[in-house]
Design a protein around this ligand. Structure first.
Ligand code: NAP
Ligand code: ZN
Length: 350
């Protein structure tokens, strides 16, 4: 076992604080990574506060991990020491079920998540990226191009793939009118990707002061979702709407904006259910409400390569890990612009 240090929550009310723990010794197929940066996802906050009811403590959050390979096991073929790499939300899956065979490991019933998930090698629980190092099976490690700024690439490992995957699955492209609901970590990546795919992009926000940023990021129009007159101008006009909001809200306001056969895809995971959608909104125009979970490893690599080719990264605020608890409060106030990224150089053995 190898000693390392991270920041952990010890219960659902405690602030994150320094935590010493051990990683497994690298297996022949493992890569050991010195973590340089880790993004701060709203999912970290949901889980630290046990809002999904499945948290185990102590918990070291973090699933937007980038760093440098410092050791490779004897059977590792995909990476060498010194490579810049990433790890997202998953570190394992059964690798044989139909979902895994179709490169959709995120839907595998045995998917092993980066933290707050049982560690199938060691027993116990996996610990995430708010830490100095991690050991991961090479099949769940991603290559990061030297063209990308490493800190700004970290959020691609979750916010990036979670928005790229549904936009691809629903074939968003030129000629489509696409909505993005919420301008936070996921929302700002959704705007960048939908714009890069050639769609006409409309941001729905509760924060009028984000209008200028949304246009700079690639939105063609911005709608203040609390204003019913602005919403009414878009009735039955969207091909696809990606909803990233982390709180329960009225979905009917968005299903009404879809064309016949349009889809409202939910990626936000609030702690309480949304009010029931009005069935009439759905059946009279055969509209769909769907969901989507991160993306498979193959598609995550495709997304990272697309970002390198199109110079796409996240808009970030870098913080030392000692500011993580204040950063959470700012995310909860929808004040992050647009992703916090922890600089792990700030985490000294203490
Ligand atoms: P975030 O940075 O906090 O962004 C969420 C945005 O939603 C806010 O910036 C805000 O944008 C808007 N919002 C917040 N409260 C709202 C309310 N009460 N009503 C309407 N809009 C509100 O969060 P994130 O990191 O992007 O994550 C968003 C959600 O996706 C979380 O629930 C997270 O757990 C989930 N998630 C899911 C997956 C998946 O695989 N499905 C992956 C990652 C994260 P405006 O200021 O523009 O209104
Ligand atoms: Zn995430």
């Amino acid at each position: 076992m190898q000693k390392t240090i991270g920041y952990a929550a010890t219960n659902n009310k405690s602030p994150l604080a320094p935590f010493h723990f051990e990683r497994r010794n690298p297996l022949p197929t493992d890569v050991q990574i010195e973590i340089l940066f880790c993004g701060v996802c709203h999912s970290d906050i949901h889980q630290v506060r046990n809002e999904w009811g499945n948290s185990t403590f102590p918990m070291v959050p973090g699933h937007e991990i980038v760093g440098t390979v410092i050791h490779v096991g004897s059977e590792v073929t995909k990476f060498k020491i010194g490579d810049k790499v990433g790890v997202g939300c998953m570190v394992g899956s059964c690798e044989v079920c139909p979902d895994c065979q179709e490169n959709l490991e995120q839907y595998c019933n045995l998917a092993e998540f980066t933290y707050n998930s049982p560690d199938k090698h060691n027993g116990g629980t996996n610990y995430g990226g708010y830490s100095k190092s991690i050991v991961v099976n090479q099949d769940f490690v991603l290559h990061i191009s030297n063209k990308l700024n490493l800190a700004a690439a970290a959020p691609l490992l979750c916010a990036g793939i979670t928005t790229y995957s549904p936009l691809k699955h629903w074939n968003v492209g030129r000629g489509d009118k696409v909505g993005v609901v919420g301008l936070g970590g996921l929302g700002h990546m959704a705007i960048k990707f939908a714009h890069a795919f050639g769609a006409h992009v409309v941001l729905f926000t509760t924060s009028p002061n984000k209008t200028g940023d949304a246009k700079r990021l690639g939105a063609n129009e911005v709608v203040i979702s609390k204003n019913p007159e602005e919403m009414a101008q878009h009735v039955a006009s969207f091909d696809f709407i990606l909803n990233t909001v982390a709180a329960p809200h009225n979905l009917d306001a968005y299903t009404a904006l879809l064309k016949r056969d349009g889809t409202l895809c939910l990626v936000g995971v609030p702690d309480q259910p949304h009010p029931s959608p009005a069935i009439g909104n759905l059946i009279f125009k055969r509209r769909n409400i769907a969901g989507s979970l991160i993306g498979g490893i193959k598609e995550t690599q495709e997304m990272l390569d697309f970002c390198a080719a199109h110079a796409i990264t996240s808009d970030i605020e870098i913080i030392p890990i000692q500011q993580i608890n204040e950063a959470y409060e700012r995310v909860l106030k929808s004040e992050v612009k647009y992703r916090f990224v922890i600089d792990l150089a700030s985490l000294q053995d203490q």
